[in-house]
Design a protein around this ligand. Structure first.
Ligand SMILES: *Cc1c(COP(=O)(O)O)cnc(C)c1O
Length: 353
């Protein structure tokens, strides 16, 4: 039986992407995608397509940006960002576990100013009253906090370069992408399988730090080699390309955003209506449209609820260990019907309780 996959990551991808990816493992122009050279004409075309589609979806084509597909995960970007851009000090917004990890790495390279933090409240909201000093090298934040289920709805208005981890909401909604100088996202949250990370970087912010940067950790190295300095993660990039093609056929970010808003409205309306459930995030405007976190008002219902959603074919609903409760991750490929199935289960529980 096909599952309704609410997993936080690696996540659901479109069925047709799985099918095309499976086909390419067996036959990709008479070879397997797994055995071709990354320097072959066929793979160079895949890389170019993936890069151009990423820029096109973000509206950043021909605007001074480069798209890279590197290994190492989003976590590698925590240190690459600082290695390449942090000369004296940088400002960070602490909205969750991933922010804290990024801050820890940046401190190895310079002074870090934590402009605000919601850590004392277990990250149940997005801090808003803060100022970013104008003399920092950059301001770093996460648009979407995968673990806690919070999301920034607008782009902070600052005069310094904006660096952003969009791992779990990239390609899910429109933003003022041109305001950003560097965007990164691990593929496995909303773009592809684990194994590659998309970096979209404005070239003119690079080359300004005085330290030596090891070749593999330098954005300029990878830009100069069109993301082929060393063997790139061929298969994850191929599958990411397929997903970006699927998104284009769907109508792009604008079209998927409408579906994502419908899914988020459906689940949050039920969380607010159903007396058995409570949202984890305290301010409604901070709620993530990708990861809805919620708990049972009374833990006594957990056994029943867990068996009901499992029987309904739902997968991956358990919350992260630092939050508990439940997390419904509703990435692009998840259908409205899957969210409706979860809502039905929540209503079923209410009737039985
Ligand atoms: C998952 C996640 C990361 C870490 O990604 P890896 O690819 O596992 O290193 C970083 N930031 C956010 C927002 C995430 O959701």
């Amino acid at each position: 039986m096909l599952k309704h996959n609410f997993s936080a990551g690696p996540c659901i991808l479109p069925q047709e992407v799985f099918k095309k990816a499976a086909d390419a493992v067996i036959d990709f122009n008479d070879l397997s995608i797994l055995e071709i050279s990354h320097r072959s004409k066929d793979f160079v075309a895949v890389m170019e397509k993936a890069q151009s589609l990423a820029l096109e979806h973000l509206g950043l084509t021909d605007k001074g940006y480069k798209a890279l597909f590197l290994g190492g995960g989003a976590s590698m970007q925590f240190l690459m960002v600082a290695y390449n851009l942090l000369e004296n000090k940088a400002a960070y917004l602490n909205t969750g576990t991933w922010s804290a990890k990024a801050i820890k790495e940046a401190k190895l390279f310079g002074e870090v100013i934590e402009v605000a933090s919601s850590k004392a409240d277990n990250y149940n909201h997005i801090p808003k009253d803060y100022t970013v000093p104008s003399d920092v090298d950059y301001f770093h934040f996460q648009t979407n906090n995968t673990i806690f289920g919070t999301q920034l709805q607008s782009t902070p208005d600052v005069s310094v370069p904006l660096i952003c981890d969009m791992s779990s909401d990239i390609f899910s909604r429109q933003r003022d992408f041109e305001k950003y100088d560097l965007i990164y996202a691990g593929a496995q949250k909303n773009m592809g399988p684990a194994g590659t990370t998309l970096i979209v970087v404005k070239e003119d912010i690079l080359g300004k730090v005085s330290r030596q940067i090891p070749s593999m950790l330098s954005y300029q190295t990878h830009i100069s080699k069109d993301s082929m300095f060393n063997t790139p993660p061929v298969f994850p990039i191929y599958v990411s390309m397929l997903t970006l093609e699927w998104l284009k056929e769907y109508g792009g970010i604008g079209a998927i955003e409408k579906l994502n808003n419908q899914k988020a409205d459906l689940i949050y309306n039920e969380i607010d209506r159903n007396p058995l459930f409570k949202g984890f995030v305290i301010n409604k405007e901070d709620r993530s449209k990708m990861n809805a976190t919620f708990v049972l008002a009374n833990d006594a219902h957990s056994k029943k609820f867990d068996s009901l959603w499992k029987e309904a074919g739902i997968n991956g609903l358990n919350g992260h260990r630092s939050v508990g409760g439940y997390r419904a991750s509703m990435y692009n490929a998840l259908s409205l019907e899957s969210v409706q199935t979860l809502v039905d289960v929540m209503q079923h529980l209410e009737k039985q309780a």
